[in-house]
Design a protein. Structure first.
Length: 146
C-alpha cells in the first residue's frame, strides 16, 4: 500500500502530466497534515526553477524556522541539487523519495548534512517517469540540465 503522503505527491505528478508538464509531484508535511502541494511547472509557466519541490515550498508560503524543522518533504523523484539545496537552507530534516532509479540527486550529500532520506522505490513513480522519459526525452534532458 502506498504511503498516503506519497499518494498525494503522485496526484500532483499526474496533474503536471495532464497540464502538459513533467510528471513530478511533491508535498510538504508537518505532523500529520499536508501544508502544501506542488508539481513541476517549468513547462506550464516557462520557468527555469519551478521543479515540484520548489513549487511546493513556494505554495507553503512563509513558514517559521521551527515549522520547517518539523517538516517532511515528499517527492516522487529524487530531488536535484537546487531542490536539495533549498531543503538544506530551511533545514528540512526528512525527505521521502518515491524513486531514484530514473534520476538521483545529491543523496549522499544530503545524508552527510544530517537529512534523513527514505527511498520508497514506488512502482507508480517509476512508471510515470519511465513513460515520460521515453515519450519526451528532449524535455526531460532540459529539465535536468543535460
Amino acid at each position: 500500500m502506498t504511503d498516503p503522503f506519497l499518494a498525494a505527491a503522485i496526484e500532483e505528478a499526474e496533474i503536471g502530466r495532464a497540464e502538459g508538464g513533467i510528471p513530478i509531484g511533491s508535498v510538504l508535511v508537518i505532523g500529520d497534515a499536508i501544508v502544501a502541494r506542488g508539481h513541476n511547472r517549468r513547462v506550464q509557466n516557462g520557468s527555469a526553477i519551478l521543479h515540484a519541490e520548489m513549487d511546493c515550498l513556494e505554495r507553503a508560503g512563509r513558514l517559521t524556522a521551527a515549522s520547517y524543522r518539523r517538516a517532511t518533504l515528499y517527492s516522487t523523484l529524487s530531488p536535484c541539487d537546487m531542490c536539495s539545496g533549498t531543503a538544506l537552507l530551511y533545514r528540512i530534516p526528512r525527505i521521502v523519495i518515491g524513486e531514484n532509479r530514473t534520476f538521483q540527486g545529491p543523496e549522499s550529500y544530503l545524508r552527510s548534512r544530517g537529512v534523513e532520506l527514505r527511498i520508497l522505490d514506488d512502482p507508480e513513480c517509476l512508471r510515470l517517469m519511465r513513460e515520460f522519459i521515453a515519450l519526451q526525452p528532449q524535455l526531460w534532458n532540459e529539465d535536468i540540465g543535460v
